[in-house]
Every structure is written in structure tokens, then in C-alpha cells.
Design a protein around this ligand. Structure first.
Ligand SMILES: [Zn+2]
Length: 56
């Protein structure tokens, strides 16, 4: 689960705050991590083993 650990230690590239996870999305098979100030969002799709990152 190294990938999972890494996912939970990431920070916003803009303000370096720790990204927050919306736990409800884990149920849907998608983990969304976002900056609390909405600079940056990253979706992780375990089924596809891929990330989708976006800056705002
Ligand atoms: Zn930020």
C-alpha cells in the first residue's frame, strides 16, 4: 500500500497545505484529494491505477 500512503502525505503545490480527502468518494472507488483553499485537486482511480490532477 505504498501508493496509498503517498496519496495521504501529499501537499498542495501552491500553498503546501496538506491535501484533504473526501472520505465519501472512497465508497465510489474514487479518492479525491483537494487543497483546503481549492488551488489543486487530485483524483485517484484505483480500478484504473491512474491519477487525474488539476490545478485551479
Ligand atoms: Zn493550496
Amino acid at each position: 500500500m505504498n501508493l496509498f500512503k503517498r496519496l495521504f502525505s501529499e501537499k498542495c503545490p501552491h500553498c503546501h497545505k496538506t491535501l484533504e480527502t473526501n472520505q465519501s468518494n472512497i465508497v465510489k472507488g474514487i479518492i479525491i484529494k483537494a487543497c483546503p483553499d481549492q488551488h489543486f485537486q487530485k483524483e485517484f482511480h484505483p480500478a484504473l491505477e491512474t491519477y487525474i490532477s488539476s490545478s485551479k
